[in-house]
Design a protein around this ligand. Sequence first.
Ligand code: MN
Length: 735
Amino acid sequence: MKTELVIDLEAEKQEILKRYRALLRASKSTLQKGDKKEIRKAFDMALESHKDMRRKSGEPYIYHPIAVAQIAAEEIGLGTTSIVCALLHDVVEDTDITLEDIEREFGKKTAKIIDGLTKISGVFDTNSSLQAENFRKMLLTLADDVRVILIKLADRLHNMRTMDFMPRHKQLKIASETIYLYAPLAHRLGLYAIKSELEDLSMKYLDPDTYKFIAKKLNEKKAERAMFIKKFVEPIDEIVHEQGLVADVYGRPKSIHSIWNKMKKKNIPFEEVYDLFAIRIILDSAYENEKADCWKAYSIVTDLYRPNPDRLRDWVSSPKGNGYESLHTTVMGPRGQWVEVQIRTQRMNEIAEKGFAAHWKYKESSNDNGLDQWIQKVREMLNNPEANALDFLDDFKMNLFSDEIFIFTPKGALIQLPLGATALDFAFEIHTGVGATCIGAKVNHKLVPISYKLQNGDQVEIITSSKQTPKEDWLNVVVTAKAKSKIKSSLKEEKRKIADNGKEILERKMKSLKITYNTDNIQKLSYFFKLQSTQELFVNVALGKIELKDIKEYLNTEKDVETRGPERPENLTVDMVKSKMKNADGDILLIGEDMQRIDYTLAACCNPIPGDDVFGFVTVSEGIKIHRTNCPNAAQLMANYGYRVVKAKWNKQQELTFLTGLRIVGIDDVGLINNITRVISTDFKVNMRSITVDTNEGIFDGSIMIFVNDTEHLENLIRNLLKVRGVTGVTRFDA
Ligand code: MN
């Protein structure tokens, strides 16, 4: 069905101007003399060069750069240069305008930022097989000028907000990249508001059912919650003002994504998530009174409501690495419900919401330089390139996106490490030489092994020995990229020495067997012993794993080897898969029908069943795996290996059964298990594979593995199980 689009060009012109004026209003606070003219010039250039282009929605393309510039100004707090760059961010990529044109009109700095934006515009191109390598490129620009990444985040946010017109497979791809890389990056740059919105938008496309479910639940109790917050806040507000503090006290809902995370992490239903919102106390304090005022407010809150002693977080005294400062406490509310209270000043709040740009604005008055350190770390990592781009990406995510812990040296200096870091990581952080010779550590004066996982606040002293050298298994002990790359290069060096030695030995052995020592023969030998490289061959010889008699054996079978050639498995490719798909839908893999021709398995990580939203992933040697789009691994797979993904759907006529799990909780009642199994096997004729039940003081908690046909079948079963007396919750889980 096609609907005719009638465009009123005059009205559109008016709308464009209206949006442009809104952008000017949003950037007003940062505008200086001459800035308005610069922005106008950029707007005119963008308008002219994009004039014949439209977005997927049919809207004029110029709406997009205006919106990106507005996000940059309003939500990230960037200034004129960035607004100009945001307006022009797509012109070099998509129109006839060149970088030289930009430089001539707007100067070097602007041209450099736009060059950075253009270079990384293809980073997550669907056709690109090297996303990880490209991500590295993107980070290189970050080390150059952070504004490139900030504008890129604004660009991504606007694209995510307007993704409804994209085809489904593109939505999945873009949402996956967003949750995998952009949201953590926004988090690391301290852009909490943007991070939360990116996460929610990703979830809306990757896991629409859960998203809608939680949104609906949140909406149902909205009025009740508002009432509760009002009552909770009233006395705080009153006393805070009585004591002469100027403060804004309000309730703030948590994001859908963070609620869902909590449900998964704690394995609890929506009803048991207590912190659906947080209370914020935003103080208007002079810089020198900030800390005292925050603790004053803390004291007021905890006089009114009893605090949970385990849940005090003081990021006022030691801010987080991304610059976040705030005082968090969780208190018992009037209805016996835990409530999180966040206390901070307006300055801290602006940093919390807008991150990086705000951080710079207050830089002179702030003694925290966590973000500078972070950028410094990014530079360091980029200078230590990891041969394997994917490893690099993993290390990077692990190190730079994860939460940090603070560790003290014996002299009391503070060292920041990623959560999960070990004593060995700490040793390498101090000095490569200390790491390489580390044999143990004293943590808070107690002796611990090198693999000891450090806790926030530990004081660590490293014990070394000149006899020690880095070992292969150390790679499993450390988590920081720095330690990993140092260990690897040391092992490599070690291996090279061994290989040199092995090479000499092999040369002698071959001579004694009258085999010519040349590249060709060395290659053949490597194949014969099924080794990855000639270096491996030399190492094996040096270590005595390959001896003279083994080489003799090779001589005996040499003819075979030549005719047979080295064994190399044929790699399955997406094209091979597509050539085997023969259905009316073109490039959609029909699970069931196509499967007689194509080797497939259902991924064990998410156990998809018919009815689930799925995709196919072409593995190198194990055929196609079918994953759910909300599989915990999906985002990683789609973001990094988009070129291996094939669209897939279930064939309706399937009469097969699939294994899935149900968790049933309730009040233990006589005959409860009987009633549950009756519904499953008698009423629904579903086969059970296993059943485990825990009863504890009257609470029933059971896991049942069953075989079902599809999601409809499963949902029906869940509905009926919920009707059993005593059952309070039934949820599906992946084995
Ligand atoms: Mn764009």
